[in-house]
Ligand binder design. Sequence first.
Ligand SMILES: NC(=O)c1ccc[n+]([C@@H]2O[C@H](COP(=O)([O-])OP(=O)(O)OC[C@H]3O[C@@H](n4cnc5c(N)ncnc54)[C@H](OP(=O)(O)O)[C@@H]3O)[C@@H](O)[C@H]2O)c1
Length: 317
Amino acid sequence: MSRWYFTELRQAVRNLWTPQPHYTESEYPDLTSKTFVITGGHSGVGLAATQLLIDKGAKVVLVGRSREQAKHVLDELPEGTYDFAEADLADLSTIRSAGDYIVNQYPEIHGVILNAGIAFKPYSLTPQGHEYQWGTNVVGHHALMKCLDPAVIKTAHSSAPGSVRIVWVSSSAVIISNVPGGINFDDMSYKESQPSALQLYSQSKIGNAYQAYLWSKNHPDSGVVSVSVDPGNLKSNIGRHTPKTMTRAFEYLLYPSKYGAYTELAALLAPGVEDGDHLIPWGLKGHLRNDVDEGRRGDKGEELWKILEENVKQVGM
Ligand SMILES: NC(=O)c1ccc[n+]([C@@H]2O[C@H](COP(=O)([O-])OP(=O)(O)OC[C@H]3O[C@@H](n4cnc5c(N)ncnc54)[C@H](OP(=O)(O)O)[C@@H]3O)[C@@H](O)[C@H]2O)c1
């Protein structure tokens, strides 16, 4: 294992036993008249974050594949506190209409949590030909942000400095990718030879950490704080593509999904969070794998941004 992985490894082990949450609901500000967008806000960590935001008076716009399938969850949320925009992040052709709906209905957006994610899915391609986990977790979120950018930036310009934020949900799985810099630029969708689903998940979560930095780099003077988070090891539906025996074996190592929401909401709301930070459980500033951090700040980052822009241009965005 390379020298630079040791801090990350220590951090990943720390996730198995993490002290009390750092920043919780008693410290959140009143969020009345604020609007937040959260992808995958009807399940697991995203649902816990949605509930915490609603409890503080916020309006939450959830982005998800199917309102019908989320209905049983949405029915439990207080009426008038949420909205739902349908988009399948794996299919870029579905994202524009959701994005347009959101910015037309909510011209002010005070924060975005790019929380939706698919993990450990066996190799397959999205309709646009991206490896599925990469296409969903990275390219889909890039496309959604293209729609939300103007509203988020406009809101930041009329809000308290540093208060409007974008949170890109990464993972301690960034440690897994064995590619220097974390992303296989030679064959990003691994069309030549397919690695494990875990390697592919890792690459996508590294992609999210790149995006946190690159978004700000490519929107200078936006006034928006863009950060990545490793939410922790959490009970949720993320294991849907793993064998049940494995999910059960690991369950005792997992924390309630609300703890992951504490990490996401510390990134979204806590004082002192700065552009480019990487937060770890439960809301502390952490360390991002060195070669990933160097990659996103250098030529690899430049290259990824160009590729993502090209990807969304191909669907007219
Ligand atoms: N749980 C953990 O231990 C852990 C650890 C590290 C990082 N994370 C990250 O935390 C985030 C939240 O995951 P979770 O643990 O809460 O898992 P989860 O319960 O499975 O929630 C994932 C959410 O993403 C949505 N989603 C998946 N594919 C989508 C698509 N193509 N289009 C739109 N939405 C899609 C799901 O919607 P559907 O209901 O439509 O599938 C669901 O709402 C993910 O980014 C994950 O990578 C989780």
